[in-house]
Ligand binder design. Sequence first.
Ligand code: C5P
Length: 209
Amino acid sequence: MRFLVTAGPTREHLDPVRFLSNRSTGRMGFAVAAAAAAAGHECLLVAGPVSLPTPDGVERVDVVSALEMLDAVKSGLEDADALVMCAAVADWRPKAFAPTKLKKEGMAPVIELERNPDILKSIAPMKGGRIFVGFAAETGDPCEEATRKLAAKGLDMIVANDVSKPDSGFAVDTNRVTFLFPSGRRTYLPLLKKSEVAARIVAAVEAMA
Ligand code: C5P
């Protein structure tokens, strides 16, 4: 199969030195790309700004903003059989971009924001027979929100995790996740290394193909 995987945060620049972003380090997405390649699949990894080496056997495209990620996903999708959207896409971007560094004396006390497109929703019309997997990183009950997002984003599977726990989610090597499917089936996984969670995700995709 050919996997398309997104990873990391996006950065939404206000000027050349300032941006809005989030805590994603890209580890989960890079682990999925590595697991796909290790299982003998082709893999294109669309990575936001992260400091991680490209996994062996993976083709990588680097992007910065959500709009750039959307373009890269659209171009990679045609050749893909499965999309795994691990990226923590910034929901908002500053309305204006200043091409030179803003002077703090002249800076507005309020930064006007506009919504970024939802990448999964934007590409839903191009889905065809492809398998789409999303993530739901939540600070409350992860399954409740994940069930809503699974349907709203038209996914075949969503990986839910509680990012408020110190051993699960951002910037750690372990994750405790649940896979949710449109049929209502759920697979609860114990605390595992992200590489092992990634291998289970790849296996779940293979089982749906
Ligand atoms: O809505 P929320 O950001 O929690 O949804 C998470 C899922 O949606 C993830 O798979 C994420 O990569 C994807 N997403 C997206 N475009 C956005 C925001 C999130 O595709 N603008």
